[in-house]
Design a binder for this molecule. Structure first.
Ligand SMILES: [Zn+2]
Length: 335
């Protein structure tokens, strides 16, 4: 069954691997660490037609197919989100393969400061001393002092906390806050940042005008890799349904050629993607709210996890954890 199984590169914790210049290849692997057969590109791959963007699965929460990092091979290089601290080695390895010098002034664009997106910022800055971090003004204080973020994440994720490394504080001199609608010029590339606060008030999405790609963080939901299945992302404590729907409409108005999901991967955009996600969000909140009126929380979580039918990709544990986050986010909406 696992004939093609290949060791995933567990370049571990915050250490950055030595410089390598081997050329990345597209390599499909079947990983079984979570007990399920999952499939992902363990090796980085260049995204066709995107003018230099690379994507790498970070094997987040012990499973392939959940979280990725995007890196733009340009001068200066751009990194969109950093995963958690333990993923820094994989990101450094990709930058090494692209022959990025450690003295390079890399640009880190954070979609938001939830720790599966921003938990590795301090480690990446330690590896690249000239890195500059772009983040929403409401997220910036949490980078400089992550104590509240750590406490909030522990509350939200429960037992999954064991997959996180407590983030270190980011030097405020590295942090540059970004306004809604701000144009960012990075080398010869131009990005517009747009606030998308429905998922979290510190969320931004970034539109790369050269590639016409939109890095949507969690604003367009959580997508099973290489599929049309997208789950509503409604985590506690700050999920806002009306604002999330407005964010989807805002993204639809941008009409990018492609979307880059933090979870998970690239897909071409068309208006149907936005319409479908808008409907998914409303239905999920509606049905979950009704179910919570009739059944205990844990039973609703079990039912949602079963409906996700994602265990073949994420494994049972992460599938239930995802359901738990989203159900509890809906439960917190009125409370
Ligand atoms: Zn998030």
């Amino acid at each position: 069954m696992l004939a093609k199984e290949t060791a995933i590169n567990h370049a571990s914790s915050s250490e950055c691997a030595g410089k390598t210049v081997s050329h990345p290849t597209n390599l499909w692997v079947y990983a079984s660490s979570s007990g399920a057969m999952t499939m992902a590109h363990a090796e980085p791959r260049e995204l066709d037609g995107t003018r230099g963007w690379w994507m790498r699965d970070l094997h987040m929460f012990g499973t392939a197919g959940y979280g990725v990092v995007y890196v733009l091979d340009a001068s200066p290089p751009v990194v969109v989100d950093t995963g958690m601290g333990r993923h820094t080695g994989l990101i450094c390895d990709l930058l090494d393969r692209l022959e990025v010098d450690r003295a390079a002034p890399i640009t880190i664009l954070l979609t938001h400061v939830h720790l599966d997106h921003a938990g590795g910022v301090a480690q990446l800055c330690a590896a690249f001393p000239d890195a500059q971090v772009f983040v929403h003004g409401r997220g910036a204080p949490h980078l400089a002092d992550p104590s509240r973020l750590i406490a909030g994440t522990k509350r939200a994720v429960g037992g999954m906390w064991r997959y996180y490394d407590p983030p270190a504080a980011v030097d405020p001199d590295r942090i540059r806050t970004v306004e809604d609608g701000e144009l960012l010029e990075v080398g010869d590339r131009r990005f517009t940042a747009h606030a998308a606060p429905g998922h979290a008030p510190h969320q931004l999405i970034y539109h790369d005008h050269t590639a016409d790609l939109l890095f949507c963080g969690d604003a367009m939901g959580i997508r099973l890799p290489d599929s049309n299945r997208v789950f509503a992302s409604t985590p506690p404590p700050q999920f806002d349904l009306a604002q999330s729907r407005a964010d989807v409409a805002m993204i639809a108005d941008r009409e990018p050629a492609g979307l880059c999901y933090a979870h998970h991967g690239y897909r071409r955009f068309d208006q149907g993607v936005a319409t479908q996600y808008d409907r998914t969000l409303s239905q999920f909140v509606d049905e979950t709210t009704q179910a919570l009126q009739r059944h205990p929380l844990e039973r609703v979580i079990d039912a949602v996890a079963a409906e996700y039918d994602a265990a073949a990709v994420w494994g049972e544990e992460k599938t239930r954890a995802e359901a738990s986050l989203n159900v509890r986010g809906v439960a917190a909406m009125d409370g």
